[in-house]
Design a protein around this ligand. Sequence first.
Ligand code: NDP
Ligand code: 2IT
Length: 447
Amino acid sequence: MKQTIEAFLDLVKQRNGHEPEFLQAVEEVAETVLPYIVKHDIYYGKNILLRMVEPERLISFRVSWVDDDGEIQVNRGYRVQMNSSIGPYKGGLRFHPTVNASILKFLAFEQVFKNALTTLPMGGGKGGSDFDPKGKSDNEIMRFCHAFMSELFRYIGHNTDVPAGDIGVGTREIGFLFGMYKKLTNEFTGVLTGKGMSWGGSLIRPEATGYGNVYFAQKMLETKGDNFKGKTVVISGSGNVAQYAAEKALHLGGKIVTLSDSSGYIYDANGIDEEKLAFVMELKNIKRGRISEYVDTYPDAEYFEGKTPWEVKCHVALPCATQNELDENDAKLLLKNGCICVSEGANMPSTKEAIAAFHKAKILFAPGKASNAGGVATSGLEMTQNSLRFKWSREEVDSKLKEIMNDIHASCLEYGKDEDGYIDYVKGANIAGFVKVADAMLAQGIV
Ligand code: NDP
Ligand code: 2IT
């Protein structure tokens, strides 16, 4: 088996050797899915995984725009259309200076499995730009988004490819992108999700990734007869996913003690309550400030520049910032401090070595493609409401989200249980996602 996996990975490395994040994502899937393929004749010998690691299409384009000083700026735009066998390509857009083909291919690859797990008919894709939204004026953001969409619109559509938000792309950016798409096509369709509430957005979509992550963690804790009540929760990030993970964990009785951004983290030993969270939401979403400013208003809290929150003692850790933000040392620290549950809100936040440490210690560990799928699932619900030209209530969307997270948890149990009863959620999520996509690919032939 080891040889089969190595031979497969060698081939993928030959083609994508300069793409470390993509290789990391493929390796994790290959190690769990290839042993399953070998044991199942319907999948064996058909190069299905090899077909899955090759994007159906990768689009790269120039985005030129004019900044507030009248300078001409040039950025690179992308859309990776990874797999459309179970539905239109679906996945977010990331605006961050680190964006490149490797990062977007890893995200698009993960998205294929994640979207399959949601039970909804969505293929996988991802896109974005190396544009840095930090410090830009609203007008600059608008001009960039318009320029980006003036090229992307050719390749997307409500039945073809439906982008959404990710790092650096929220309701403001989706608004500008939607406006330009509508102007160019003269059509009002559900081509993007994460829209504003008065123009086709779904209630609960802003909350969905964070809420869904906590619903998933709750299901994991339930397998041990446990719950969030009285648990100390460490969260990284302070953006969309982190904010709503904090809100839901708080509602369920958890005590949130950290939030972070790429500069450092804040530790509030008294707990971040609803009032403090409302302050963070205004600071990050409206004032677009830094998390360090928290301690100016709440001087009992401490700010640790250049550090990540994994050194703080906790029961539950929710990494909600970015890829590879939690390494082996961090994992060991968390374990040493008594952490029993790690549920990924971000995509691939834990390194391979960190995951191995969690598995070895047999604690509850959920990979992002299962635990953060609530965001894209609710995007799927937004697409449904757009097609129906209808709007569901908060309660309706929230209960559907909860049901979907429970279904994903059940799929992980179905495929992820080890002989000793330990639930390997990585294996479970990868195989469950694979089976759904592979069955569709087999049915549709070699295309
Ligand atoms: P936001 O842009 O709202 O927030 C991102 C947060 O992560 C910020 O606090 C940001 O800090 C921090 N961050 C970004 N890059 C780094 C870095 N290199 N090192 C440390 N911190 C960093 O994004 P989201 O909350 O939407 O996304 C967070 C994660 O969740 C991403 O991995 C995304 O792919 C994933 N995700 C998002 C979904 C969604 O619906 N939005 C759905 C599923 C997954 P700073 O301000 O300093 O950059
Ligand atoms: O990583 C993700 O799942 C997202 N950024 C959300 C994608 C979506 O289409 O809602």
